[in-house]
Design a protein around this ligand. Structure first.
Ligand SMILES: C[S@+](CC[C@H](N)C(=O)[O-])C[C@H]1O[C@@H](n2cnc3c(N)ncnc32)[C@H](O)[C@@H]1O
Length: 252
């Protein structure tokens, strides 16, 4: 499957596995695919991106969740493995016992996060789609996640987030609907304890955010969210090119 790779010029990338991205989307695999990439600009950036995405492979449960996301044709792409592995590292480094995820999807992000959290850690995951959340719970249960570790709340994040306690969380992942990102970031700041981490998935918007010629609504919104996190004095920011971009901020 030919697909464009990360910024850096013309290139050809062939990745065996699932499709990801829009017209400028990068190729993506379910974690077991073979990958070849030829950076015709000689930069090797596409090859590097693919290598990093496949560096920490996904397990059978994550692959099942990814297949389900493809079958259901979710309007937003699922969290990619490069992003998931960084989230797991963060959860483990923080020894995160309380994590919030906005946008459950089919449970891919949840599996990565829970994989890094201690055994008594609880993930609160919010999604407006009840049926999807039920499917995610089945996948998580099949992966051996105890029910006590999962607080799945079916509802609109705009309604649910204000009910969560101030400063009580180690990590907040903002994913799901991009239009909810500004509120997700603001609520995340309120929910995080000092030293906690705010993470925003898909922050590079299929490579459009970095391109100033792209001024469509979603790209502009993502760019604004990035700047807001970068310029917020309550956060120590970073933007990683993993997956479709992972925007991070540590709560001061
Ligand atoms: C691909 S994102 C899920 C990302 C997810 N964290 C993962 O692990 O892949 C798709 C999800 O966003 C959810 N969604 C739709 N509207 C939403 C909203 N306003 N806020 C948060 N999530 C929303 C959809 O129901 C769907 O489950």
């Amino acid at each position: 499957m030919p697909a464009a790779g990360p910024p850096g010029g013309a290139r050809e990338v062939t990745i065996t596995g699932e499709r990801f991205g829009g017209p400028e989307g990068r190729g993506r695999t379910g974690g077991r695919g073979s990958a070849t990439a030829t950076g015709t600009d000689g930069s090797g950036r596409a090859l590097t991106w693919t290598y990093c995405e496949e560096f920490v492979p996904e397990d059978e449960h994550q692959l099942r969740a990814r297949e389900l996301a493809l079958e259901l044709e979710l309007d937003r792409p699922a969290i990619l493995p490069g992003t998931g592995s960084v989230l797991r590292v963060l959860a483990a480094a923080l020894q995160a016992r309380s994590v919030v995820e906005i946008g459950t999807g089919t449970g891919i992000g949840a599996l990565w996060l829970l994989g890094g959290m201690p055994d008594d850690g609880v993930l609160t995951t919010i999604d407006p789609d009840v049926a999807l959340q039920r499917a995610a719970k089945q996948i998580l249960s099949g992966a051996g996640v105890r029910p006590a570790r999962l607080r799945a709340i079916a509802g609109r994040p705009a309604d649910v987030l204000p009910r969560l306690a101030d400063g009580a969380y180690d990590l907040v992942l903002v994913s799901g609907d991009v239009h909810g990102y500004p509120q997700g970031v603001e609520e995340g700041l309120r929910l995080l304890r000092p030293g906690g981490v705010l993470a925003v998935d898909a922050a590079l918007g299929h490579d459009r955010v970095a391109n100033p010629a792209r001024r469509d609504e979603v790209t502009t919104l993502l760019r604004d969210v990035g700047r807001a996190v970068r310029d917020d004095e309550r956060l120590v920011p970073a933007l990683l090119p993993s997956g479709d971009g992972l925007l991070l901020g540590v709560r001061r």
